[in-house]
Design a protein around this ligand. Structure first.
Ligand SMILES: [Zn+2]
Length: 344
């Protein structure tokens, strides 16, 4: 196939040609953002040879489609314009390149290889323009776009910070300006890939005139408040991010200073008081689930959540939320203590 096929008036010819030309370069360039946005930074697990998983493949196809549409419009004479109304010069260069006489003899796979490779001074200007417009331009803020789309499909809001700042339901949260500031910061950090709720930046804490334990306590209170006000917002914008792809969180945060230890001791007492009736009332569904959770700490139990959903008569997502909450509480209350309580 020759490069000129990209400019064919027939879509059946033009699109496969366009895909052959751009997809190897897109695949390479998108690998990092896709891995970070879809696979927690790990290698795409769908890899078989060099084949990415279905989701990654779909994103690459979508990126190719978007570039193709942009080029088609330009070939039809509607070259996209920059802000001042001038046409994007590089798009014009690409149009001239794929409609030139040489394009009728240039092998498309060779061009695809060059497009994928490093830019060189000798390469045709059309190729350089294609790299800029059909590859790099398509990848601008890809990671953020994927995260936003994922969040939307999970029911999280596209702009959680704006929702918190403007929604009537969130008004009570806005009453404490400092706590609210911590909450918005935490939600944005999660959205941008952090998995540590309390990973405040030292500068931010200093700006708010807080120390770390106080910030932690304030944020925790605000999150509880948010959870009480809007459980579904909490689930979609906080919980889902924390639980993403990880096994049950069987680790307690170790306090790093005396104040934190004090806070943690207080919290342990509160949680133990809350758990005791559930742990000691044998025969209840809650007791059965808690017992099995305790057992799962030493013996992984892949069916735990499914089973808990039936037992507690909850949807799987709700059951998962409940199980994770209990795991957190049990960890904080101390696993050995909880196991002991289960068997009075
Ligand atoms: Zn993948």
């Amino acid at each position: 196939m020759y490069l000129a096929a990209v400019a064919s008036p027939r879509q059946q010819v033009a699109f496969p040609a366009y895909f052959a030309l751009t997809s190897p370069a897109l695949r390479d360039a998108a690998r990092g953002p896709l891995r970070r946005a879809l696979h927690n930074g790990r290698y795409c697990s769908g890899v078989q040879g060099s084949c990415p998983c279905h989701t990654c493949e779909q994103w690459i196809a979508d990126l190719a489609q978007a570039g193709y549409d942009r080029l088609r419009t330009s070939l039809a004479g509607n070259v996209p314009q920059v802000r001042n109304g001038e046409p994007v010069r590089e798009m014009q260069t690409i149009v001239e390149w794929v409609t030139s006489l040489e394009a009728t003899t240039q092998d498309i796979d060779t061009m695809a290889r060059l497009l994928r490779g490093r830019p060189s001074d000798e390469e045709p200007s059309g190729l350089r323009a294609a790299r800029a417009q059909l590859i790099r331009y398509q990848l601008i803020s890809l990671e953020a776009r994927i995260s936003r789309k994922l969040a939307q499909s999970r029911g999280a809001s596209a702009r959680p910070d704006r929702d918190l700042m403007t929604s009537a339901w969130a008004a009570p949260l806005r009453e404490n300006r400092v706590a609210f500031n911590l909450l918005v910061d935490a939600i944005l950090r999660l959205r941008h890939g952090s998995r540590d709720l309390y990973g405040f930046s030292p500068e931010h804490i200093e700006q708010l005139n807080l120390d770390h334990p106080t910030a932690r306590r304030l944020l925790r209170q605000t999150l509880d408040h948010l959870h009480a006000l809007r459980p579904e917002f909490y689930l979609a914008n906080v919980f889902q991010y924390l639980s993403e792809g990880d096994p049950l969180p069987w680790t307690a945060n170790t306090p790093t200073n005396p104040e934190e230890l004090l806070i943690q001791t207080e919290e342990t007492q509160t949680i133990r008081r809350r758990l005791t009736p559930l742990l000691t009332t044998t025969g209840s569904p809650e007791h059965r689930v808690l017992e099995r959770i305790c057992a799962a700490a030493t013996n992984p139990d892949p069916n735990l959540i499914e089973w808990a959903a039936t037992e507690l008569n909850l949807k799987p997502t709700q059951a998962e939320a409940q199980v994770r909450e209990w795991v957190n509480q049990i960890t904080q209350a101390d696993l050995d203590w909880a196991t002991e309580q289960c068997h009075p």
